[in-house]
Design a protein around this ligand. Sequence first.
Ligand code: SAM
Length: 243
Amino acid sequence: MTRRRWIAERWDEATATLTGAQAEHLARVLRAERGTGADVVAGGHVFHAEIAAVSPAEIRFNLIAEIEADPALPVTLAMTVFKFDRMEWALEKATELGVAGIAPMIARRTEKHLAASARKRAERWRRIVHEASQQARRSDVPVIHEPVALAERVRAASTATRIVLAEQERTTTLRSAIEEAVAEARTEMPVLEIAIGPEGGWAPEEEALFDANGWRAVSLGPRILRAETAAVAALAVVASYLE
Ligand code: SAM
């Protein structure tokens, strides 16, 4: 059975501590005991660790030896906010697939009530990716950026290769754009940012804004994918190149 992996909220060079709901779960449900071994993630590093102290409020581990960490994919998804249940499914799948970060954006066709509550929802999204990271035995947790208006993210200065998934694009595929980015990056690993539109698609002025700011429009094929399907498909293509 694979060893459980816990992502610590607090750590120093010799110990790491779980707090909150996961401490309570470990203490009360899993009846953790001193001396029990586990893998613990502390500050993006993974350690073999041993429980040193147990209480429902916190579980303290002694860090024994660092083990090989699996870096995230160098990809941030600039994800337009869409129906929260589907979006949260996409956040979980993107975490399992290795995404480094998610930047929620409010687009012109984002439903108004979703736009209004996106900021409040960000904390819940952070909890979802934290849990999904543990389940996927990741050695880090994807960053959930604060939701911003699309124009702010599109115009932001960035050294990443920026790609916008555009269902009407027919010449450039995501695959060819990645191949070019890998070739240009030479020995380095290219850092990518991939934008995904809302259920209603990109507004014409948004397509123009992407273009004016150097984002490359790419296709994922001739069929129209739901935004959450596009997120999974795009990350799978990237992983097939960069893993
Ligand atoms: N405009 C679409 C329509 O006509 O139904 C709706 C947008 S689609 C549900 C949501 C987003 O997924 C799109 O804005 C795009 O970013 C991405 N997407 C969906 N299918 C795609 C494809 N075949 N190629 C590239 N991106 C796609």
